[in-house]
Design a protein around this ligand. Structure first.
Ligand SMILES: [Zn+2]
Length: 441
């Protein structure tokens, strides 16, 4: 009762305060971006001498510079006439709460000796790095033992407390008991888990509900582990969940309006995830031609995370080097088969401070995409995967998430590792000489 009364008083006070301040704050003046060249994320043609009018968080108009200039009399001008402008990049597979785990020791160190608050501080630092590298949206695919801290980082970023990309969070992920680190022979110790351990159909549904209640935008589970090449030269794996458990996860997530990502590296894990009805296959090194056909038929996305595979292959040894080579060959075939390949790096599996996520685009071109295909995989197609219709392209009505580079990324896609300008939601976060205030924290 007391609480209700307090709330009424607060509401009354705020109404009074509003009444006493009739003039709302002036909106910031619009911004006119002069783009030398525009790759808009959707079309195959590069446009030259383009005007982009930004009002508040969104793009108001895009068109020939002379035409847009006419509608932008009071706008502040950002002169990118010597640059190529693109939509902000999207990384569909990251771990903000992880600082690289090439070995079991480096993983255990973080879960055993670092508090979740400490890891969240590093996550905020990582979010800033991602944004400065031109990534204006990320799908963060689980916290690796840091519970729901990704939702806290997302909240701080979306409220403008710290700089970072738009975050699609998936909280804890799931694996059955004993099938995800940390696993130890010392049964006397209850060690922290990198996931939420889930056993049985009812527990699977409960875990999905818990994660969504705590802010999960996506649900992730681990479809497989223990990868090995069989005598058939196919990359196999041990499947984690029973089909009934995996289907319960997917069904409950879909029932509650969430999509599902499955970690699936071996062909057996990929096949099991597809039987369960997941929306995205993560890593997918062991994907075969017949599995590719299933992805195409079902509209499932493949997020290859090449950067992390290359990074961990040396330290992990074993089959990992051969897995990278296997994935490279599969990638070229998948592009020919029109599999929806979406850019994802697994940043956090490698240290955020060492490797620029945009390296992933360079691998995609090496592996068989054109630069434009690689750019679409990290912009418009990634937005489609996210089910987010107002990011991933430069067009009127979309969020003003824009980046720019000096050279021509269609000639050299590595240019995207040298960002010169980053805007998210109409706020400029990176700009060397463009005549408008840069948000500083
Ligand atoms: Zn990952």
């Amino acid at each position: 009762m007391h609480r209700v009364l307090s709330l009424s008083v607060a509401l009354a006070l705020s109404t009074t305060a509003t009444a006493q301040t009739p003039r709302p704050a002036q909106p910031p003046p619009p911004i006119l971006i002069k783009a030398g060249r525009l790759v808009d994320g959707r079309s195959d043609a590069v446009q030259t001498s383009v005007g982009i009018l930004v009002e508040g968080e969104r793009i108001k108009a895009v068109g020939p510079l002379a035409q847009i200039q006419g509608q932008a009399k009071d706008a502040r001008v950002v002169d990118l006439s010597q640059m190529t402008v693109l939509p902000g990049l999207i990384d569909a597979h990251t771990h903000l709460l992880l600082q690289g785990d090439p070995t079991a020791e480096s993983y255990n160190e973080q879960l055993l000796y670092q508090s979740t608050p400490y890891r969240a501080i590093l996550a905020a630092r990582n979010a800033r790095i991602a944004l400065e590298h031109g990534f204006t949206a990320i799908r963060d695919l689980e916290t690796e033992g840091a519970m729901y801290a990704d939702v806290d980082v997302k909240r701080a970023v979306s409220r403008g407390e710290v700089p970072g990309p738009r975050i699609f969070a998936s909280t804890r992920a799931m694996a059955p008991t004993g099938m995800y680190p940390i696993v130890s022979d010392n049964w006397e110790l209850e060690l922290p888990h990198g996931v939420q351990p889930v056993d049985g159909v009812e527990a699977a549904r409960l875990a999905v509900r818990e994660q969504i209640a705590h802010g999960a935008d996506w649900i992730k589970y681990y479809s497989d582990r223990r990868y090995y090449f069989g005598p058939d030269s196919v990359l196999h794996s041990w499947v984690n969940f029973t089909d009934d458990e995996a289907k319960a996860i997917v069904d409950e997530a879909h029932r509650l309006g969430r999509r599902v990502a499955a970690h699936a590296i071996g062909s057996d894990g990929i096949a099991a995830a597809l039987r369960a009805g997941v929306n995205t296959i993560e890593h997918g090194d062991g994907i075969t031609d017949s599995l590719m056909d299933v992805l195409v038929a079902k509209g499932v996305y493949w997020v290859p995370t090449v950067t992390v595979g290359v990074y961990v292959a040396g330290p992990r040894g074993g089959a990992w080097g051969a897995m990278v080579a296997h994935e490279r060959r599969a990638f070229a075939r998948a592009v020919k088969k029109n599999v929806k390949v979406v850019l994802g790096t697994d940043a956090g599996g490698f240290p955020w401070t060492e490797v620029n996520q945009a390296k992933e685009l360079e691998y995609y071109v090496e592996y068989g995409m054109t630069p434009l295909q690689a750019i679409k995989s990290g912009t418009s197609l990634a937005a489609e995967l996210l089910g987010s219709s107002d990011i991933g392209a430069v067009a009127a009505g979309m969020y003003a998430d824009l980046v720019a580079v000096q050279g021509d990324p269609l000639k050299d896609v590595a240019e995207l590792q040298r960002m010169k300008f980053v805007m998210k939601g109409g706020t400029v976060y990176l700009c060397s000489s463009c005549g408008v205030a840069v948000s500083t924290f």
